[in-house]
Design a protein around this ligand. Structure first.
Ligand code: NAP
Length: 291
């Protein structure tokens, strides 16, 4: 009898999260493995909070080669790892675990994934003035990567001033030479931005996922020469990005960050060059299937 397909699988990867049913990571990574002819598989694991320690400690015992980590475990998984990279430590969250001969190493590729999505559009964040809307988990990863990439100034715009100050204090502790300001704002009602620098505006809030959401930023203040990014990847182009495009800005959709954070995890695990276009097409086809 010929060996079954599963007996040919040499490595297992996966993702821990809860909920996990809608994650696109299995599709993206499986596509990458198949494109390169790698005999690997990728499995979504629904892990509840109380089982996180046990699930993480099982990785070495089961010989699982690598794991992505998503909501709500990115922070809470850290104590169960053997080591985390300096970047993951600055962000305070892990989205990728590499099992190196039984040692679990925590990485964070979210911020670097965002920077790669900017560079793909020809945008170099060094020296730019960043307007960061929102101060949650994704904002932190993106902000650390931007500060490491040499942005000049950062303005954090939030509805909850304490959350904004908390993020700014955390960032200032690691990047003391960058000018950091926190502004409380009523979403969609902004004051004109008085600055001469090259502006990068980033929406890190979920505002824009639903068709009736207000804009997270008053688009009449956006000008030609601005770069406007949105972390939301569904819809592919949010109302903010469509409005920014009309105003002459360069726009960066959230699909790029989703793609490149996955590609960077793939590289850490396999040491192979990620098949970016095949991975991108898998994400785009999933979106068109669900429309
Ligand atoms: P999070 O930790 O819950 O943070 C959300 C932030 O948005 C908080 O600052 C929150 O403010 C603010 N916010 C939420 N609802 C708001 C509203 N109605 N008006 C104004 N501000 C609001 O979430 P997250 O994990 O950072 O994710 C944020 C977004 O990024 C989501 O849309 C997610 O899908 C997207 N994301 C994309 C990628 C990618 O690969 N493209 C990766 C990660 C996340 P408060 O502090 O006041 O609650």
């Amino acid at each position: 009898m010929p060996p079954s397909k599963s007996s040919k699988i040499k490595k297992v990867f996966g993702i821990f999260g809860n909920p996990i049913a809608h994650t696109l990571s299995p599709l993206m990574h499986q596509t990458a493995f198949e494109t390169l002819g790698l005999p690997y598989t990728y499995v979504p694991f629904k892990v509840q909070n109380h089982a996180l320690e046990q699930a993480t400690r099982s990785l070495a015992a089961l010989g699982i080669s690598g794991i992505n980590v998503t909501i709500p475990h990115k922070k809470n998984i850290i104590p169960f790892l053997d080591e985390i990279t300096p970047t993951a430590s600055k962000i305070g969250a892990v989205n990728t675990i590499d099992n190196r001969s039984g040692r679990l190493i925590g990485h964070n590729t979210d911020g670097a994934g965002f920077i790669a999505s900017l560079r793909e559009q020809g945008v170099d964040p060094a020296g730019m003035v960043v307007f960061l809307i929102g101060a949650g988990g994704a904002a932190r990863g993106v902000a650390v990567a931007l500060l490491a990439a040499g942005v000049k100034k950062m303005v954090i715009q939030v509805r909850n001033i304490n959350r904004g100050r908390y993020l700014a204090d955390h960032l200032s502790a690691h990047f003391s030479d960058v000018e950091m300001t926190v502004k409380q704002m009523a979403f969609g009602k902004n004051e004109p931005i008085q600055t001469k620098g090259k502006i990068l505006l980033i929406n890190t809030t979920p505002l824009g996922m639903k068709p009736d959401d207000p804009l997270p930023f008053d688009s009449s203040f956006i000008h030609t020469g601005w770069v406007v990014a949105d972390l939301i990847y569904r819809p592919y182009e949010t109302a903010l990005l469509l409005a920014a495009k009309k105003r002459g800005a360069t726009t960066v959709p959230g699909l790029g960050m989703l793609l490149y954070q996955g590609a960077l995890a793939f590289k850490i695990w396999t040491k192979e060059k990620p098949p970016i276009e095949a991975m991108r097409q898998s994400l785009l086809s999933a979106f068109s299937d669900s429309d």
